[in-house]
Design a protein around this ligand. Structure first.
Ligand SMILES: [Fe+2]
Length: 335
């Protein structure tokens, strides 16, 4: 017993990791089950422990309040809007690593290196299998046709997903055209905008509307939920604007916190997340697309096949968010 204890203490003296193990702190807007597989892989690879806290709301305010004492190293969030908000609130710092810049296409990262897209999501159109014949809708613009009067459902026009879509239309067609489009969309609504993306598909299933705009991964979520499966099965998927600019893409991404206490480890995590392995682990968990390269995908995504993505720079879309919000108010979209 005494000999075993002696060995144990000797081992502790010569193993620096026992007393001060390396770690990195992650503030995550994303649920623990979505991010834990990649953290486990990262720790196995580097020996760096990942401590993560999950906050669905109020993360920006929390980091702001913690100020210089914030333990946050890496911030994980979804949507270009939230990433841009972190940068604009001066809560992030610049990262300039050739490897990360090589892993992530330019249109999916901040021009100043303050945030990086890690997975991407398509804003798709879904249409009733029963009531909408295939081929009758193939662009976001065609949603405003008279044919769909009183047949369109969306969530609030002010939700970040909708604002990013409107901002992408401003980027492509200009403010006036985008405003006309949103006005036309509002005029075709079946009901006041409400609920989340899945609620729109449920509404199609219930016959309240025929077409809706949603993020693609909700189809995967609904298909694996016993209650929601029938909602998803009542619609088919359309990747809009395939003959033009392509389907609008948004991202989930990461940023290095301004006062990251473990900056070196934060950068190591960022590098891992941007790698093929990191992107693959992350995107698979939520049925998203990696931001670069062709990696293995779920059978559902494989069944949808390849599609043309709108390669608009997310920096530009982020810059257009304010105008998108103004247009949404101007046309009274939510009323
Ligand atoms: Fe979402």
């Amino acid at each position: 017993m005494f000999r075993q204890l002696t060995y144990f203490f000797i081992a502790m003296i010569f193993s620096p990791n026992i007393f001060c193990s390396e770690s990195v702190n992650v503030y995550s807007y994303r649920k623990p089950q979505l991010i834990s597989p990649m953290f486990i892989a990262f720790t196995e690879k580097t020996g760096i422990e990942v401590n993560s806290i999950f906050a669905k709301k109020g993360m920006l305010e929390r980091i702001k309040n913690e100020g210089r004492n914030s333990p946050a190293d890496i911030i994980l969030t979804v949507d270009i809007g939230r990433l841009a908000d972190l940068k604009n609130a001066d809560l992030t710092q610049q990262v300039s690593l050739a490897q990360i810049n090589k892993n992530i296409p330019e249109n999916f990262r901040d021009k100043d290196g303050h945030w990086f897209g890690l997975t991407s999501r398509a804003r798709i159109i879904v249409a009733s299998r029963k009531r909408v014949s295939e081929g009758s809708i193939n662009t976001y613009e065609s949603l405003v046709n008279d044919q769909f009067k009183g047949k369109v459902c969306t969530r609030s026009g002010k939700h970040p997903y909708m604002i990013a879509l409107t901002a992408s239309i401003i980027a492509y067609s200009g403010e006036e055209k985008a405003k006309q489009w949103l006005y036309g969309l509002k005029n075709n609504l079946a009901r006041k905008p409400q609920g989340n993306d899945r609620a729109q598909v449920k509404a199609i299933h219930e016959g309240l509307c025929d077409v809706a705009i949603i993020n693609h991964y909700y189809m995967a979520m609904m298909l694996s939920d016993p209650e929601q499966k029938k909602w998803a099965e009542s619609v088919y998927v359309i990747f809009p604007n395939q003959d033009g600019r392509g389907t609008h893409m948004n991202v989930s991404g990461a940023a290095l916190a301004k006062y990251a206490p473990n900056k070196k480890n934060g950068l190591a995590l960022l590098k891992f997340l941007s790698s093929n392995e990191g992107q693959e682990l992350y995107s698979a968990k939520n049925s998203e697309y990696p931001v670069s390269g062709k990696m293995s995908r779920s059978s559902l995504l494989e069944s949808w096949g390849e599609f043309k993505q709108d390669k608009s720079d997310l920096n530009k879309i982020a810059d257009n968010r304010e105008a998108a919000l103004m247009i949404t108010d101007a046309v009274g979209y939510n009323f």
